[in-house]
Design a protein around this ligand. Structure first.
Ligand SMILES: Cc1cc2nc3c(=O)[nH]c(=O)nc-3n(C[C@H](O)[C@H](O)[C@H](O)COP(=O)(O)OP(=O)(O)OC[C@H]3O[C@@H](n4cnc5c(N)ncnc54)[C@H](O)[C@@H]3O)c2cc1C
Length: 590
């Protein structure tokens, strides 16, 4: 296979909010910067974010970054690193104002300041009452943000490589990162992107689950590439779920539907939430509802031929109420579930929404392998684990993460690149050959497994065995199943072997990344025998010794999964902020 080569000061994989924020810093410093993306930059998943980006601007009422920090530590169920959390919350007002100066069209208060709305878990005065901290542009904040960042990059002469698939990380024998190897989708040709510094900003991997709010492109490529290059993955057992995504499609149905009187029903039409939460019923908290739904499905009371979802019923509501209060939901149901909720219930399932874990970094965006910085390698955004979200992320803290850590990784890269000699080291041929062998395997495999079927088997296994509520036995079985499915992933066959725009080949290669994420998740979840944040196990229940099932004595630590031998190691949580006092451990309750 012929391989072309290009050289840059910096190469960034990913043109979402994180990648484009870092690119602004690099390109505006005069460095030759490449951004590689599978899709046109403004189609990255950041575009789908609606609610807002958090910052203690205090535009409508008093707020303070230490309150924001407190909420974030508590939200993380104390698994977040407090140095990184302090860094993020303190920087928030500055990065949001910078974004405003890039041209971000925020909504405005009457005085012309950035409009802010309340959001879950964001409180004033260390947990007192909800505070307006989410800076918003209507319900299209991510869309506005991504366009502002893209335009700023065009101005700074960032060089975009659009519709390219990065295949693998390239490392020197001493471990430093030398760049990536990538495939141009239009031609099928392969190019080495050599750079002094490489940033992964490849977003989430929500597509390991059967039902996900994530875009189809969210296949964890950066996480998979890092794992193959020997870098551990941190806290991969923690995934955030939303109770009501449209079954099969994953598009979100707001909690407001149940607020208007919607009822969840199982296969026999029973209002099952009455058994799980006699008082709050369908309006119990998200984790309680999601857990109840999964129990119904696991015990054979799910709906549909595969018994894999439940129904959200609003047929008893007045059609006028639905049209007036829930018009968007009606449209989503018709388009994505094929049902008009005025006449029939909506099939829903707890839906994977966000990956809390990822490639381990410090708050400078440098990738770290158990505390050792890997020279030339950086990660930011949803693919990275700084770790600010710990075991559970607060809404609006992800868009903030993109800005803060996109910027800090960009700054770290500028410093690193300026200290590097002009001549670039040689890339070992063996590194290039490894990536080519994977592509060649996909191109030539015969008699192998079907990509779509294998992916579906993985997604169903993840959904049933490592979902919202986790069962000891199911996790153990899940490990065996995923390791079995991995063997098929390594032998997938594509019928179309052509070069030009071969999406079948891309999907086969993406599946090789998804399976790394799936393995890391299943093995880390199976090993963590406590409940914390989004990771809730039946064998770690709420007891007086362990409120909410959390076991700080044994499990106040980050998981590190290494691909080699499926090894698990652990590293301590950093409970020491940079300048303020530690947020002391306590039981999480709202
Ligand atoms: C429906 C939805 C609503 C949300 N709402 C909010 C919200 O209101 N507030 C909030 O804070 N968070 C929200 N989130 C979470 C937040 O939007 C995401 O975590 C965040 O946008 C991820 O940004 P990112 O820059 O890390 O990656 P993304 O925006 O996902 O971008 C990833 C980039 O990597 C590229 N890429 C990936 N793999 C490769 C490869 N192999 N080769 C080349 N390029 C590659 C892609 O092309 C893309 O450009 C929401 C998420 C979803 C799914």
């Amino acid at each position: 296979m012929k391989v072309a080569k290009r050289t840059f000061d910096a190469v960034i994989v990913g043109a979402g909010g994180a990648g484009m924020r870092a690119a602004v810093t690099l390109a505006e410093s005069g460095l030759k910067t490449a951004v590689i993306s599978k899709v046109f930059p403004t189609r990255s998943h950041t575009v789908a974010a609606q609610g807002g980006v958090s910052a203690s601007l205090g535009n409508s009422e008093p707020d303070h970054w230490t309150w924001h920090m407190y909420d974030t530590v508590k939200g993380s169920d104390w698994l977040g690193d407090q140095d990184a959390i302090e860094f993020m919350c303190k920087q928030a007002p500055q990065v949001v104002v910078e974004l405003e100066h890039y041209g971000m069209p925020f909504d405005r208060t009457d005085e012309g300041k950035i409009y802010q709305r309340p959001f879950g878990g964001h409180m004033s005065n260390f947990g007192e009452k909800p505070v307006r901290r989410a800076c918003a542009a209507a319900d299209r904040t991510g869309h506005a943000m991504l366009h502002a960042l893209y335009q700023r990059n065009v101005r700074a002469n960032t060089q975009f490589f659009v519709e390219w698939l990065a295949l693998d990380l390239l490392r020197a024998p001493d471990g430093r990162v030398l760049g990536v190897i990538a495939l141009e989708m239009e031609t099928g040709e392969i190019t080495v992107f050599q750079a002094k510094a490489t940033l992964f900003a490849t977003g989430g991997a929500g597509r390991i689950y059967y039902s996900s709010t994530n875009a189809f492109i969210n296949t964890g490529d950066g996480v998979g590439m890092a794992a193959r290059a020997g870098i551990p993955l941190e806290d991969m057992e923690f995934w955030q779920f939303h109770p009501t995504g449209v079954a099969g499609a994953g598009v979100l149905i707001t909690e407001g539907v149940r607020g208007e009187g919607g009822i969840l029903r199982n296969a026999s039409g029973e209002r099952f939430m009455e058994r799980y939460a006699p008082n709050a019923k369908d309006l119990a908290s998200r984790d309680v509802v999601s857990r109840a739904m999964v129990t119904e499905i696991n015990e054979g009371r799910g709906c549909g031929p595969a018994q894999d979802h439940v129904m959200l019923d609003i047929t008893h509501l007045d059609a006028d109420v639905i049209n007036k209060r829930l018009p968007g939901i009606r449209e989503i149901s018709i388009q994505f579930a094929g049902v008009d909720p005025i006449k029939a219930p909506i099939p829903v399932v707890p839906t994977c929404h966000y990956q809390m874990g990822g490639i381990p970094t410090n708050y400078h965006g440098e990738v770290v392998d158990y505390g050792n910085v890997i020279p030339g390698f950086y990660a930011a955004g949803e693919c990275a684990c700084a770790s600010v979200h710990g075991a559970n992320r607060l809404g609006t803290n992800s868009l903030l993460d993109l800005l803060v850590f996109g910027k800090s990784s960009g700054e770290s890269m500028v410093d690193f690149i300026r200290k590097e000699p002009a001549a670039l080291p040689e890339i070992p041929q063996g590194e290039i050959d490894k990536a080519l062998a994977r592509v060649n395997r996909v191109n030539t495999q015969t008699g192998g497994a079907d990509v779509a079927q294998t992916r579906l088997a993985m997604q169903r296994t993840m959904q049933n065995h490592a979902g919202v509520f986790r069962f000891k036995d199911m996790l153990q079985q899940g490990v065996d199943k995923i390791l079995d499915i991995e063997k098929q992933v390594q032998q997938t066959e594509i019928k179309d072997k052509s070069q030009v725009w071969n999406t079948a080949r891309i999907e086969a290669l993406e599946l090789e990344n998804l399976i790394e994420v799936a393995k890391a998740t299943m093995l880390s979840a199976n090993a963590r025998t406590e409940s914390r944040g989004a990771h809730v196990r039946d064998d770690a229940p709420d007891t007086p010794e362990h409120p909410n099932g959390r076991d700080d004595q044994n499990w106040l630590k980050h998981s590190l999964w290494y691909r080699d031998g499926n090894r698990l190691e652990y590293k301590p949580v950093n409970l020491n902020p940079l300048t303020v006092q530690s947020v002391a451990l306590k039981t999480r309750a709202y």
